[in-house]
Ligand binder design. Structure first.
Ligand SMILES: [Zn+2]
Length: 225
């Protein structure tokens, strides 16, 4: 009885997409198994799900699915759980003495909702004001991609991107806005294909109205090439 109540509580938590922490909830023994060992175990789990659903795994089209899904989970869509895959933090001295805001916008986000294991697809916009250190532009894309390749809630992803860049750039003056579609909302449940979710995290000077406004105005610029 108690367990059923808990399941109900957890289910409603998931549908409201509430996250519990800005750190991805990983166990201490998360990397006790190698990637290959994880793929082997998950392969059997996926096969079990498919068989339980009544699918005939001897069919040529379904035969390779458990292995394909297991590899995709470990190496691709959840590959960002592995701290060894974190983009290295090479930075440069701000030789041009550029002291204004730098904005990298329309960074593609492919992530996975941790409540339903369905895709989150959208755009991230990042800004920072250098205090003497700069990063290569593609580093911002890589940081977004690394944290996106985890079971995620969008709020946590936004905060993790900002925290990482604050560490790398050694400044609090970092901001991130993410606008994304959640397939768990768009394709099942309420099935609203039009809705998207916007999250933001503003650090340091971006908490000030004028700086925040400038960043949001740049995002609105319709860049076409
Ligand atoms: Zn979801």
């Amino acid at each position: 009885m108690k367990i059923e109540k808990n399941i109900e509580e957890f289910e409603s938590l998931g549908d409201d997409h509430i996250g519990t922490s800005s750190n991805t909830p990983l166990r201490n023994d998360a990397f006790r198994l190698s990637s290959e060992e994880k793929i082997d175990i998950i392969k059997d789990d996926v096969r079990h799900i498919m068989e339980t659903l009544g699918l005939d795994l001897t069919d040529d089209s379904l035969n390779g699915t458990p292995n394909r899904v297991a590899k995709m989970f470990v190496k691709e869509i959840f590959g960002g759980l592995d701290p060894k895959k974190k983009p290295n933090a090479s930075t440069f001295e701000n030789k041009y003495k550029y002291g204004e805001m730098l904005v990298e916008k329309n960074i593609t986000v492919y992530s996975t909702c941790e409540h339903h294991l369905l895709p989150i697809v959208g755009k991230a916009h990042i800004a920072y004001i250098s205090n003497g250190t700069v990063v290569g532009l593609s580093k911002m894309n890589r940081i977004v991609d690394y944290f996106a390749k985890r079971p995620q809630v969008q709020e946590r992803l936004t905060i993790q991107v900002v925290k990482e860049l604050q560490d790398v750039l050694n400044t609090k003056d970092v901001a991130c806005v993410i606008d994304a579609k959640h397939l768990c909302v768009n394709s099942r449940g309420i099935r609203d294909i039009e809705s998207s979710t916007v999250t933001s995290e503003f650090g340091g000077k971006f908490k000030e109205e004028a700086t925040r406004r400038e960043f949001l105005d740049y995002i609105k610029l319709d860049t076409k090439f």
